[in-house]
Design a protein around this ligand. Structure first.
Ligand code: UDP
Length: 342
């Protein structure tokens, strides 16, 4: 891995020979999902450039010895502005974002601006730095939060979205991600940018940390320490958890599918489990002596937070596009996460 400052023009212009190794840009590539994706792209032979400001990403998520990896520690907007005209990418994966609702509730200005401004700058860059005039094939990661509090289940990509009022900060995350989607689809329609939007559902696995509220790493950590697993509310709310490695495998395949351009896809697992059952599964899988403890929502979240009763994706569209099927079971993910934490 080489590390450079945000003045990164390396003179690697468009290759004269069409059989050059693919040049991929991964924004947020030092993050949880991003780093798994970087690993896949390196495995298939890409030259990978990562831009990450390490606000929530970690340098340790990337292999320091990877030969075809260039790491740029910078704000994405600065890095894009510093890329020279000759900086051409064959594919872009945009994962840099404020991580999750909790972060946006703690810092709404930073969260909203990060999500919208970075994606806007990225799309403008993608439209003008491609191997062809229509721009760089680009995958924009969005979130299941975009569905808001719709009571439908499962969530299908063509469903209406339902948000609370703008006085409730929580919904700013969903809206910022929805604006990113609108903008990406507008670039596709108006400029022909080959762009795919992916809505990530609850994604779990190695390298995930519990600092931003994510339930599985919190449960695994507590179980390993013999501490109570704190289940918010009555624990009857349900989610579908998909291993990050299954997600990382699918993203390049989706971007390589011409019919996927200009479309939005759910990605995740569609097997639901209640959070109380999840706590029991973690305890049983790890043979932990921990118990679960119910924490009222009023203690778990700031006032005005609404937790979703259920969240489950309709996967018909991504199944039909690339035959996507989550392969790893939740026990395997729990064991691998625990092995890493130990
Ligand atoms: N949750 C929990 N204990 C925790 C963290 C989260 O019971 O320590 C619950 C949370 O209220 C939600 C579910 O687990 O119902 C999933 O939370 P997470 O933050 O992982 O994802 P999201 O809420 O975005 O689905």
């Amino acid at each position: 891995m080489t590390t450079t400052s945000p003045s990164p023009s390396t003179g690697r212009g468009p290759a004269a020979h069409p059989a050059h190794p693919r040049r991929s840009l991964v924004t947020g590539g030092a993050g949880f999902v991003g780093s798994h994706l970087v690993q896949r792209l390196l495995e298939r032979g890409d030259h990978v450039t990562v831009v990450d400001n390490l606000s929530t990403g970690r340098r340790a998520n990337l292999d320091p010895d990877a030969p075809r990896l260039r790491f740029i520690e910078a704000d994405l907007r600065d890095a894009l502005a510093a890329f020279g005209k000759g900086e051409v990418f064959d594919e872009i994966y945009h994962l840099a974002a404020a991580v999750g609702v909790k972060l946006v509730m703690d810092d709404p200005i930073g969260g909203i601006e990060t999500n919208i401004e970075q994606t806007s700058a990225l799309l403008r860059f993608a439209a003008s730095h491609g191997p062809t005039a229509s721009g760089v094939p680009t995958l924009i990661t969005s979130s299941s939060e975009v569905y808001g509090k719709s009571a439908r289940s499962p969530f299908a990509e063509s469903d209406d979205v339902v948000y609370g009022p703008t006085t409730v900060t929580r919904w700013s995350y969903a809206c910022s991600k929805a604006i990113d989607e609108f903008l990406a689809l507008a670039y596709h329609r108006q400029r022909g940018l080959p762009v795919v939007v992916v809505r990530l559902f609850n994604t779990v696995g190695p390298r995930q940390v519990g600092d931003y509220g994510m339930v599985l790493p919190r449960f695994v950590r507590a179980a390993l320490r013999g501490e109570p697993l704190e289940v918010y509310g009555d624990g009857a709310q349900s989610r579908c958890f998909c291993d990050v490695r299954d997600v990382a495998d699918a993203l390049p395949r989706l971007l390589a599918t011409p019919a996927a351009r200009g479309q939005v896809y759910n990605i995740g697992s569609d097997r639901a489990i209640s959070i109380a059952e999840l706590a029991d599964l973690v305890i049983a899988t790890l043979g932990s002596r921990s118990a679960r403890r119910l924490i009222p929502y009023s203690e778990a979240y700031p006032a005005g937070f609404e937790d979703l009763k259920q969240r489950r994706p309709d996967l018909a569209r991504i199944r039909s596009a690339i035959g996507f099927e989550p392969r790893r079971g939740l026990e395997e993910t729990i064991r691998d996460l625990a092995a890493e934490m130990r």
